[in-house]
Design a protein around this ligand. Structure first.
Ligand SMILES: [Zn+2]
Length: 367
């Protein structure tokens, strides 16, 4: 925690890891920037979910607003599958918002299971689930009239299916919240057609927030799987990053893993780091969380301290792991040797909080 780390930081205004005073109180420091998928600007209106009469009327009202969701993607203008990996907010990228009649016409056949009630502000907000292909195919089937196979560079105003994980940081707060909820519910419905208790068929209820078993009447609610993700820093204030076998070449990120049954979050942090790198951590502190509905995770961000020790990647899940100083990370990013995680991810936010500023600035300044 010496002053030398500040001198080594290439970003003006770097605030650092945080003084002991900043880390006092409840242990939660507000240094991490706003997380893209944690934003939500429309009231969730849970009371209306169980009002079938109100919901039916709202689904017919021309004033209601509807977005379309399919296979982890949302229909947008100005987006597309190859969203900018540096992900700066772009007011030209937005959800396609339709009235209910236009949404049904676009989606094709729509049954009750297809409607998701997302919330209410001045109007009611819904998503309509467009039948997916089980893959990331982008060519519309029942919606060819609106959604075409995207060209390499789609015209900016042409509707296109855009993966949420690629565009979450680019959307407005309102659109990011609507899209995250729509994708999360859509993924849950897709995977819960049968009752986990008796195996009977289930059907959607409560505006898409419950599935009810047609055999025994059991109610099932949307599930999320907790996963921990951690910025591990050593006594020299270096950050531990790793490369996983499943990732694209040159992608480096923080360690992460699912919480096991019966396991506290802090223990999951210590276990994952030890299992994957052999590094022992202490001083585990919660930072922030955001949903990661691909298909059902809730990412819980932590920071933790480690004794300076050479990481030993497990060789299966991780193929490489090492400590970075800020100067080393800036050089690696600018040289293209390290491709950081996408801007929608909490991993990117954790890295940039430690780094003291956006990695985009490094890339642009050093080019
Ligand atoms: Zn059942």
């Amino acid at each position: 925690m010496g002053g030398s780390r500040i001198l080594s930081c290439p970003i003006p205004g770097f605030a650092g890891w945080g003084s002991p005073a900043e880390l006092a109180g409840d242990g939660i420091r507000s240094g991490v920037r706003e997380l893209p998928l944690a934003r939500f600007a429309v009231g969730r209106a849970a009371v209306q979910r169980t009002d079938d009469v109100w919901l039916a009327a709202a689904r017919e009202a021309p004033s209601s607003q509807v977005v379309l969701v399919r296979d982890g993607s949302v229909l947008t203008t100005g987006g597309g599958p190859g969203a900018d990996p540096w992900g700066q907010p772009d007011p030209d990228v937005a959800l396609v918002v339709l009235d209910p009649g236009a949404a049904v016409a676009t989606a094709g056949t729509v049954n009750d299971d297809a409607w998701l009630f997302l919330g209410h502000d001045d109007v009611a907000w819904f998503a309509v689930r467009v039948p997916g292909t089980g893959a990331a195919a982008l060519v519309g089937s029942s919606s060819d009239a609106l959604v075409h196979a995207p060209p390499e560079e789609p015209p900016h105003d042409e509707p296109v299916w855009t993966p949420l994980r690629a565009v979450g940081a680019v959307l407005s707060a309102r659109d990011a919240g609507l899209a995250t909820t729509a994708v999360a519910l859509d993924q849950w419905h897709t995977r819960n057609l049968c009752c986990p208790r008796c195996g009977g068929r289930t059907s959607s209820a409560a505006g898409g927030w419950v599935r009810v078993c047609q055999v025994d009447g059991a109610e099932h609610y949307p599930r999320t799987d907790p996963a921990v993700i951690m910025a591990v820093v050593d006594d020299d204030d270096r950050l531990l990053l790793a490369h996983a076998a499943a990732w694209p070449e040159r992608r480096w990120s923080t360690l992460a893993g699912f919480v096991e049954a019966g396991e506290p979050l802090e223990a999951a942090v210590r276990r994952e780091v030890a299992e994957e790198t052999g590094v022992v951590v202490t001083d585990v502190q919660y930072v922030a969380s955001q949903p990661w509905p691909f298909p059902a995770s809730l990412m819980l961000g932590f920071r933790a301290r480690a004794q300076a020790a050479e990481p030993h990647p497990d060789g299966t899940e991780l193929t490489d792991a090492r400590w970075f100083t800020r100067t080393e990370l800036a050089a690696a990013v600018s040289a293209g040797d390290v491709v950081p995680p996408g801007p929608t991810s909490i991993a990117r936010a954790l890295i940039e909080e430690w780094f003291g500023g956006p990695l985009l600035a490094v890339r642009d300044r050093l080019r």
